[in-house]
Design a protein around this ligand. Structure first.
Ligand SMILES: [Zn+2]
Ligand SMILES: [Zn+2]
Length: 267
């Protein structure tokens, strides 16, 4: 099977977007936060993300700057999408922080209202909010990430922010599988033989699709719920999530041709 790759201009766009997000993430200093034993007991016991438990405040001005820069980059580099952004930036101008908080907590009522009132697709609005939230969430993960312990979590969503994984990684030293958060970039341990969508552990219905041309890339698929997860065992660190996801779109195409839906896009 021939690997299909995205055009260079699109990969360049994702690289620039990741650089913008990383640059903002590096500039945030969050006030110190105490993660008490009571918080950790709820975190592990009830499976509540740290973000939901400690509710850090998002700086409004900072958030607005990221939002505007993400929109400007889209306008400049993806004119077919960016040309429609004016209605969004006008409508969202005074509500960016609220929308970003809603996005992180998975509360889509206000986001849906905004989509209805603008000419932009829900997918684009969610993409922009995700990019705006990422620097803040990365900084938050840096601050509190070490409080949550891998062996005590092992759920199918991120211990720091509650988001799903866009892909997984197999660490070469111990062969364990980690999931990579799509929002805060935290990696967390997850069972090697379990579906990250429906939690099926029946090995006869869990399948690994190997790609001959790129042996370090695999697709982990589940016959029970028909979803897949892209998995890399390249040995390199995950790096920029957006670019890595875009650069491995050939895996999505192969998985979808085999009738599977991405684990990331299931609700
Ligand atoms: Zn996360
Ligand atoms: Zn499944």
């Amino acid at each position: 099977m021939t690997a299909v790759n995205l055009p260079k201009e699109l990969l360049d766009f994702y690289r620039d977007l990741d650089n913008l997000i990383n640059d903002y993430a590096g500039r945030i200093t969050l006030p110190g936060m105490e993660i008490t034993d009571a918080v950790l007991n709820r975190h592990y016991g009830e499976g509540v993300s740290l973000f939901e438990l400690v509710q850090p405040e998002i700086d409004a001005e900072f958030c607005k700057n990221v939002f505007q820069d993400v929109c400007a980059l889209l306008e400049r580099r993806r004119p077919q999408v960016g040309g429609q952004l004016k209605t969004l930036t006008e409508a969202a101008e005074h509500a960016v922080v609220r929308l970003v908080s809603d996005y992180i907590s998975g509360n889509d009522k206000n986001i849906k209202k905004l989509v209805e009132g603008s000419l932009i697709s829900g997918m684009t609005v969610n993409f922009i909010l995700e990019c705006t939230a990422r620097p803040f969430m990365q900084a938050f993960a840096r601050l509190v990430g070490s409080c949550t312990k891998d062996e005590k979590w092992q759920r199918n969503y991120c211990p720091v922010c509650g988001s799903k994984a866009r892909y997984g990684l197999i660490k070469q030293d111990d062969n364990k599988r980690f999931l990579q958060c799509s929002l805060c970039d935290r990696q967390w341990l997850f069972k090697r033989l379990a579906c990250p969508n429906c939690l099926n552990e029946e090995h006869t219905t869990l399948k690994t699709i190997f790609i001959e041309e790129t042996p370090d890339y695999q697709i982990h698929a589940c016959e029970e719920c028909r979803t897949y997860l892209k998995v890399f065992s390249t040995g390199e660190e995950a790096g920029n999530t957006g670019l890595k996801d875009a650069a491995t779109v050939f895996l999505d195409i192969i998985a979808q041709q085999n009738g599977y839906v991405s684990n990331y896009f299931t609700s």
